[in-house]
Design a protein around this ligand. Sequence first.
Ligand SMILES: [Zn+2]
Ligand SMILES: [Zn+2]
Length: 383
Amino acid sequence: MKKKNKFYLTAILLINIFTLALNAQPQFRNKINFPDILGYRSLKCDFHTHTVFSDGNVWPTFRVEEAWRDGLDVIALTDHLEYQPHKDHIPSNHNAPFQIAKKLASELDITLIQGAEITRNMPPGHLNAIFVKDGNALVKDDWKEVVLEAKKQGALLFWNHPSWVAQQPDGIAKWYAEHDWLLETGILFGLEVYNANIYSPETHQWCIDKNLAVLGNSDVHDPLHFEWEAEKVAHRPITLVFAKDSSPESVREALLDRRTAIWYDHKIIGDKKYLKEIYSKSVSIDKNKISAIGRDSKPLLVTNNSDVDYDLNLVSANPNIQFPKEMKLMANRTLKVSVRAAKEDVSVKEKVTVVYEVKNLITAPGKTLQVTYEIDFDIRPKK
Ligand SMILES: [Zn+2]
Ligand SMILES: [Zn+2]
């Protein structure tokens, strides 16, 4: 009887384990194919997210799961310090989100950064402190005292959604003396040029003029897909950080050196030196010599080895050669285009320079990146 019991128990246990294994839904991480540049890793980051510990609707570990599934490398949990609508049910503890989520983050190799959103009227508006050590010590009446405490903890600060209509009804961001003070403290390293799906051109220009890092973050409150499924873009705003590795120290060093760009809405926004590298690491052309007679057209294969689509418009070229006026370089595909002489009787025996504008690589408000190719031609006139 005893033996039989043992057998049954083992059988039931095995069946239970088997059923559990069957019930566990497979989880997938989205692999983002994006080039590393200039000897740095291109980290995919979101530095602005909320949980139930302020006005968000998800538990902190959920943010880590989402980031893992989205293929991100780094996230910050940045709950509001001064806005605690769930406090009757969830105690106000500004260290709790990080403490709850850090174990899972380390298991999934997601770099988790402790943050807090200093939530004040304009000016100064909302400020995100990241690399915070003790969120509870940031609860103070005077916002300048909060900033100085954050600085004491070694935190860095960025200004969130400067053009937010709840604080700037015309949707135009304005710079105040309070922001000069933030610059003077040395703690302000960047500005949110993209907050969720809102782009602020004024904020973008300030980043250029004041040498601040461009940031694009989700500011997500609900499960991410609630907010993004209605958008016609594949992913949330991502801040690209060009860092030695994904450790918090390397991310911090890169942010202080302003090595960032934004990837959202089929666009990349950032300094020319980074966008140029991203493009040239993504796109290759198969030929450097084209030989033809008369108007005989020749194929040119342009391969895009990244998840970014590139949208090109011809700017200038040798008038004797016809290049495509537009090229849509779809992610992870090769485009075949044809080039040929403009007339039957031309002779071109030289390196031809052709310049394209990459319409979705934005270097400044209203300005795009230009890329130059040099292709050797040997075109003889048709007799
Ligand atoms: Zn905010
Ligand atoms: Zn927020």
